[in-house]
Design a protein around this ligand. Structure first.
Ligand SMILES: NC(=O)c1ccc[n+]([C@@H]2O[C@H](COP(=O)([O-])OP(=O)(O)OC[C@H]3O[C@@H](n4cnc5c(N)ncnc54)[C@H](O)[C@@H]3O)[C@@H](O)[C@H]2O)c1
Length: 332
């Protein structure tokens, strides 16, 4: 990409009020102070303006829905790039009700691609997930491996990706795709494993763990992922997908026990609950391709989880209203 494009862009970031999206917006505001950043977000239960409060004057926020053509067209003209984080993201919710996932993740992405094509947007980055590969018992997935999603969330994300690829092949739309492992860090909705464990430990509440907690995930600190997404936006080859992982694989039960230990809480808070149907056993990614692009994960789990714990401890005013108003426990 030309230098001017990189430092003075007009970027459209969809889903920028959610967890990774808001961290990415923070990263881009800091890294490209001369760029114009437009955030389009529907503000579902997972999106909050508070996540962008400290940089509010530096961005343009538009409340809108990626599944609505007119909402996207209003903000996409003259964009140098679109980065699509907007999605329904919680596997448990997709098991209860899959329609919203198909609608937002697949149809919403299709809609964005059509608008990108109409306005000839020079770069389109689709934020995908390691879950599109399905699970792997030994070894690690490479980018060319078959997509084999096993739950409605990952199937919707895989559908979105395939549409992106088809727009590259058919229409020459310069798309790139990132597939990252499990992120953790500030602004993650309390329904997800890490914040839920931290918050429940703080409240001295029972912490539900699926099955025996043996499922393995790779964990990446969200800031590291944001840097990788930025790099792929700039240097990724059009039509290609890039795996992003922290190279720190842990069993869910070990993540929970680490948090309990760091927060001085007892392991007796752990409550094993009936396993999630179709629960993927292990995710693992080879990151050789993005290493060659010039990125590597910096934050060790031990350091990242301490920072995350501190953030939630210092920001109870951020999570308390969510805990009080929403159903975040899907286990019973
Ligand atoms: N969290 C992870 O560990 C992880 C890992 C790999 C990939 N991803 C992917 O990264 C992206 C962001 O994930 P997250 O964890 O930050 O999600 P999130 O649930 O925290 O945020 C999603 C955001 O999208 C917005 N949104 C939802 N539907 C929308 C619509 N129709 N129009 C506009 N905005 C809409 C929500 O309001 C919210 O701000 C997703 O695409 C997800 O699949 C997440």
């Amino acid at each position: 990409m030309a230098e001017a494009w990189v430092t003075q862009m007009r970027m459209l970031i969809t889903g920028g009020a959610g967890f990774i999206g808001s961290n990415f917006v923070h990263h881009m505001v800091k890294t490209y102070p001369d760029s114009e950043i437009v955030v389009l977000d529907k503000l579902t239960y997972a999106g909050r303006k508070e996540n962008l409060q400290d940089i509010w004057s530096k961005i343009k926020f538009v409340k809108g829905d990626i599944t609505k053509r007119e909402d996207v067209e209003k903000v996409a003209e003259d964009c140098d790039c679109i980065v699509n984080f907007a999605a329904e993201t919680h596997v448990d919710r997709s098991i209860v009700e899959a329609g919203t996932f198909v609608f937002t993740d697949v149809l919403g992405t299709y809609n964005l691609l059509e608008v990108a094509r109409k306005f000839e947007v020079p770069r389109f980055e689709q934020i995908s997930t390691d879950e599109v590969y399905g699970h792997i018992h030994a070894g690690s997935f490479q980018e060319q491996d078959k997509l084999n999603p096993r739950n409605p969330y990952s199937a919707s994300k895989a559908g979105a990706e395939l549409l992106c690829r088809s727009y590259f092949e058919t229409h020459g739309l310069p798309i790139v795709i990132t597939r990252s492992s499990n992120n953790y860090g500030p602004y993650q909705h309390p329904e997800k494993l890490v914040p839920k464990t931290i918050i429940y430990a703080t409240l001295n509440k029972r912490i539900p763990v699926y099955g025996t907690g043996e499922n393995v995930r790779d964990w990446i600190y969200v800031e590291d992922n944001c840097k990788a997404i930025d790099l792929v936006l700039e240097k990724g080859e059009a039509g290609q997908a890039y795996n992003i992982a922290g190279q720190q694989e842990l069993k869910n039960i070990d993540v929970v026990k680490t948090i309990l230990k760091l927060s001085g809480s007892s392991e007796s808070l752990i409550e094993f609950v009936k396993d999630r149907p179709g629960h993927d056993a292990r995710y693992s990614l080879s990151i050789d391709k993005i290493l060659r692009l010039g990125w590597k994960p910096k934050t060790k789990f031990d350091e990242g989880i301490r920072k995350t714990l501190k953030w939630y401890q210092n920001n109870a005013a951020w999570w308390k209203p969510v805990i009080e108003s929403e159903r975040i426990d899907f286990h019973r």
